[in-house]
Design a protein around this ligand. Structure first.
Ligand code: SAM
Length: 242
């Protein structure tokens, strides 16, 4: 019978990442899976719980960014609306040199993340409770990151307002999206430009060997985000820039 470590290893090795999949990495992912499933019995963290589904749709889906961006060149990363740690934590496991900040507006998810960070013995990771709109006004976070990532949080126009203020000029915002992205990108053009960004590319690809299609929208930060953004909490989703 194939054991859990073998399942994780098999799926990670199918990715084209140029990273040696060490015992440490495999054990961290197994530990992540076990803890996620344990906490999921009393807290809403994930709808999928089978090991191969979690590996594919949470772990692999998170780290696939490494196929399109050289994360070795990045030093600092922030994950907005990270929930149970996706995509930030799997990226940190694969790229341990990264300094990572995980942000979520639900404190119980932050409690879970703090426990996970301790269990996986990860260094230079902080889990912060707060809303993106408020944290982006804090000088310790605004324009401090080489990379901002976010998955399943809001439509692209609102998400750009959440994420772009955190990125340094010269850095990147990478939005994890479904493959039905064309219209969303079109609707976000004004927001991207107003917030100091420039659309770099949209990658649409199948997730590993499944039929399930995903996309990554990559936006370069060209100019400082004007001080009036992000607007007050809730406004970026209620009145998206169009
Ligand atoms: N990124 C994770 C994933 O892909 O599994 C979680 C996605 S979950 C659908 C959306 C998360 O974003 C929730 O945990 C929610 O609390 C958080 N969130 C929503 N709006 C936010 C905001 N304005 N600032 C910070 N977190 C936010």
């Amino acid at each position: 019978m194939i054991n859990k470590i073998e399942i994780i290893k098999d799926k990670l090795e199918k990715l084209n990442l140029n990273i040696v999949i060490t015992e440490t990495i495999l054990n961290q992912f197994l530990n992540y899976y076990n803890t996620l499933i344990e906490w999921n019995t009393f807290m809403n963290l994930t709808a999928i719980t089978d090991l191969d589904q979690v590996v594919e749709k949470h772990f692999v889906d998170s780290i696939v960014l490494g196929q399109y961006l050289d994360l070795n060149k990045m030093e600092t990363m922030i994950d907005i609306g990270t929930g149970a740690g996706f995509p930030g934590l799997p990226l940190k496991i694969m790229y341990p040199h990264l300094h990572l900040v995980l942000v979520d507006s639900l404190n119980k998810r932050i409690e879970f993340l703090k426990e996970m960070i301790a269990k996986l013995q990860l260094e230079n990771v902080k889990a912060v409770h707060g809303r993106a709109e408020e944290l982006a006004r804090d000088e310790n976070y605004r324009a401090q990151f080489d990379l901002s990532v976010s998955r399943a949080v809001a439509r692209l126009s609102s998400l750009t307002e959440y994420c772009m203020p955190f990125v340094k000029v010269g850095g990147i915002f990478a939005a994890y999206k479904s493959s039905e992205i064309e219209q969303e990108v079109e609707e976000s053009k004004k927001a991207i430009q107003l917030l100091g960004g420039e659309l770099a590319e949209v990658k649409i690809f199948p997730l590993s060997d499944t039929e399930y299609k995903r996309s990554l929208v990559m936006i370069n930060k060209r100019k400082q985000t004007p001080k009036k953004f992000p607007r007050k909490s809730g406004i970026p989703t209620k009145q998206p820039i169009t």
